[in-house]
Design a protein around this ligand. Structure first.
Ligand SMILES: NC(=O)C1=CN([C@@H]2O[C@H](COP(=O)(O)OP(=O)(O)OC[C@H]3O[C@@H](n4cnc5c(N)ncnc54)[C@H](OP(=O)(O)O)[C@@H]3O)[C@@H](O)[C@H]2O)[C@@H](O)CC1
Ligand SMILES: Nc1ncnc2c1ncn2[C@@H]1O[C@H](COP(=O)(O)OP(=O)(O)O)[C@@H](O)[C@H]1O
Length: 490
């Protein structure tokens, strides 16, 4: 599990590393990782490294030393040093034979910088990392503008300078990186929204930490594929449809009858043994394996389901219309594993969740549930998911690219899917996927995390064939392959 760290989490980790005498080693590993990335991605040509005065700059000095040792032509332009390890690593760099040039911010200094940028084949941005507090001071804004105008490939150390690590929002005009080497953990800015677009391709590297060190102070965890795969059920050879999970989909309303059908496909393709769609509307039979039942009085039907006839899991709300909250209350009273989606995501259900339920809002629905503007949700999806979980109970999946799963046990950020998934019906499929996993015995948090991961993987597989023409049906068709892929059996 990789940690997702806030700036405060980084400071706490810093203090811990320093206390253990490991900070210098962490910096050495960080700089080396940056140098290796430069070498792998841009193996030839002149490297310009820009070093700030804090530890981010120190990492750049270390990277310069390693690149020099690899035989690369390096130029280092640096601000004054404030951090003791920046001073130490600058001395080491000089001792290794590389002189540094002051990074001036006056018109003459910027002109010199532009000449250096013009002569560089790749630029390393080690100006500002997690110690940056917005807004960017005007003196450095000129430096960043020159970097962006130069059009050279940029590799950022930890995060692009001018990005506030703790938010997905972009203020001002930060460095636009092609690659970012994240150190010791992910940051919100590297994962979500417009901030993440500025980081380019992100790879996590640096010092291997003792287990739990970074996670202890982390805002969230980002699980590896193997950790998610371990959650998936393994079916006995003599399993039958009655033991593989009986799932009900409750949704559909005139005009939105496709939504429950897509959820049904999602459930079938995620291994549910028996899937029945219950609707007040006429739902199309998109797969003959689905059972579809139309009810003139859906509430009355739910009222009269005997406990022994209830399914193993329910997904409710997809295209269900205005009666969704009342119907949700009926099903929640059964206290069986339940996914609540779309029309069931209403503020009046605050506090109605139980330990077996999963709420699956997208940012707009999350904003409605929190009574907050959507940009506030988008700014910090981890905080929003956590707030939703506290208010609604159970487990919350805040959907997006990537999705966040919040439970009483903590918050996890799943792997992202494919941008082609930004199309109608994708969330409906996901609700069926999660319900199928609940029906196969996973707990709510496990089903939510495994569900969004399978769904995202299926999106990637289908996206490779369909690009932006991706449809929820295409994603549904790849769910089985995604399962095999995630478990390494493909
Ligand atoms: N444990 C880990 O994860 C490890 C982390 N490591 C590294 O440490 C980095 C964090 O280092 P850090 O804390 O020294 O801060 P950093 O990002 O260099 O910035 C500080 C400088 O920014 C300046 N500054 C601030 N705001 C500004 C503004 N608005 N506009 C302009 N300037 C502004 C501020 O200036 P001052 O206020 O001092 O004048 C100060 O000089 C992290 O990103 C990673 O690279 C690795 O070494 C390995 C282990
Ligand atoms: N750009 C993207 N990258 C990755 N996944 C995405 C992206 N856009 C949307 N998704 C995924 O697609 C689904 C969209 O859900 P939702 O908006 O509820 O769709 P609908 O209501 O039309 O069914 C979510 O699971 C989300 O994670």
């Amino acid at each position: 599990m990789d940690p997702v760290l806030t700036p405060a989490g980084v400071r706490a980790l810093d203090a811990r590393l320093e206390g253990a005498g490991l900070l210098e080693l962490a910096m050495e590993a960080a700089g080396r990782a940056v140098a290796d990335t430069v070498q792998a991605a841009y193996p030839a040509g002149r490297v310009l490294l820009l070093a700030g005065s804090g530890a981010n700059g120190a990492d750049a000095y270390v990277a310069a030393r390693h690149l020099h040792a690899l035989g690369r032509e390096v130029e280092v332009r640096a601000l004054g040093v404030r951090h003791p390890l920046a001073r130490k690593n600058r001395l080491r760099l000089r001792a290794a034979g590389v002189q540094t040039t002051p990074l001036g911010t006056s018109p003459a200094g910027l002109a010199a910088l532009r000449r250096s940028l013009g002569a560089a084949d790749v630029v390393v941005d080690g100006l500002l990392g997690t110690g940056f507090r917005p807004p960017l001071r005007p003196a450095l804004a000129g430096v960043v503008a020159a970097m962006n105008a130069a059009g050279r490939p940029v590799i950022a150390v930890d995060l692009p300078s001018g990005l506030d690590a703790g938010t997905a929002e972009v203020n001002g005009d930060p460095v636009r990186a092609d690659l970012t080497v994240a150190l010791c953990g992910w940051k919100t800015a590297l994962l979500f929204g417009p901030a993440a677009h500025l980081a380019g391709q992100v790879r996590l590297d640096g010092l291997r930490l003792p287990p739990g060190w970074a996670l202890e102070g982390a805002d969230a965890g980002a699980p590896a594929d193997a950790e998610v795969a371990a959650l998936l059920p393994v079916r006995a050879a003599d399993a039958h449809k009655g033991t593989a999970g009986r799932v009900w989909i409750v949704g559909g309303h005139p005009g939105t009858v496709g939504a429950p059908a897509l959820a049904g496909v999602g459930a079938l393709r995620t291994g549910a043994g028996l899937v029945t769609v219950h609707s007040a509307a006429e739902v199309p039979l998109v797969m003959p394996e689905l059972m579809v039942r139309r009810h003139a009085d859906l509430a009355g039907f739910l009222d009269h389901v005997a406990p022994e006839d209830r399914p193993d899991a329910v997904a409710l709300g997809m295209g269900l219309g205005p009666d969704a909250p009342a119907l949700a209350r009926q099903v929640l009273a059964w206290e069986i594993p339940t996914v609540l989606d779309a029309d069931a995501l209403q503020p009046e259900l605050a506090g109605a969740g139980h330990g077996g339920c999963v709420w699956t809002p997208h940012p707009g629905e999350a904003a409605r549930l929190l009574g907050a503007p959507t940009p506030e949700v988008a700014r910090d999806p981890i905080a929003a998911a956590r707030a939703l979980q506290v208010r609604y109970g159970g487990v919350v999946v805040l959907k997006g690219g990537p999705s966040v799963v919040a439970s009483a046990g903590g918050v996890q950020v799943a792997r992202p899917g494919h941008p082609g998934m930004a199309s109608a019906g994708m969330g409906d499929t996901l609700s069926g996927v999660i319900a199928a996993l609940l029906g196969q015995g996973l707990g709510a948090a496990g089903a939510a995390l495994a569900g969004v991961t399978l769904h995202a993987r299926a999106g990637q597989l289908a996206g490779a064939a369909h690009g932006y023409g991706l449809s929820a049906t295409d994603v549904g068709a790849q769910l089985g392959a995604a399962w095999l892929d995630l478990t390494g059996r493909r």
